[in-house]
Design a protein around this ligand. Sequence first.
Ligand SMILES: [Fe+2]
Length: 292
Amino acid sequence: MAELNIAIAGDLHDQWDRSDHDVLDRIRPDALLLVGDFSDGKSRIPELLATLELPLACVLGNHDAGKDGSGRTLRHQLELLGDRHCGWGLRELRPPGLAVVGARPGTAGGGYHLSKAVRAVYGPVGLQESAERISRAALSADPQLPLVLLAHSGPSGLGTQVDDLCARDWKAPACDWGDQDLALAVDQIRRRRPLPLVIFGHMHHALCHHQGERLSFRRDAQGTAFLNTASVPRHGVDQQGRALRHFSWVVFDDNGDLRHISHRWYGVDGALHYEQTLWRAALPAAGVLSPC
Ligand SMILES: [Fe+2]
């Protein structure tokens, strides 16, 4: 297995265009993952994603249903995305050799709640059933492949302070706004196989009411990394007037072990202008280094 470089685009909120494809052409990740909230149900971004040659997987967010409770808009997004969408299912990307399992599509966080649109498309799926769909998909993945859970909202259990990864920031008191079905699925999966990484968005990095920036990374005692990729807006301009495109970046080594996680801001020419390293695997202890 070769080293795997994965680019992740957090909530797009309409900010995805040809310049992002140009950046990807230049930086050449092995795969692209997207956590949803592309737009408010417009066709443009799913149609653009369909033109990418890069192996990709995505899950839709609460905004992708538009304001259409009938489910028609959500259903149309799903049709446009085809098997690129892996909500409640497994998508094995070969190449490069990565198992991606999508969590519950269309979630807006807050424990467990199905929107009218999600209910119209998928039926009245309960919390336990949702967790089982996610864990069943994960446990059917090839155990040789690194496993990533891809969600719109992250799991509950990642903290109750306003700047925690999935905490409510728009209304006091701050509280855990993560999804309980995803937390349950994480537990179920980890009893049976390693789960190195859970990726999500929804809770934007910039907190409401000028409360600062949210934490976007945590690795727990069982070795699972949790990454919030929702840098919104993901298109920006720096003080020198250079256009920037945000991607989160994950590297698995050739043993399938997680090596590196960061947020990156690229110029439209593919130059890496800024990087915030969130985590890097420790080097082996001196005693186990092999001689040159
Ligand atoms: Fe969202």
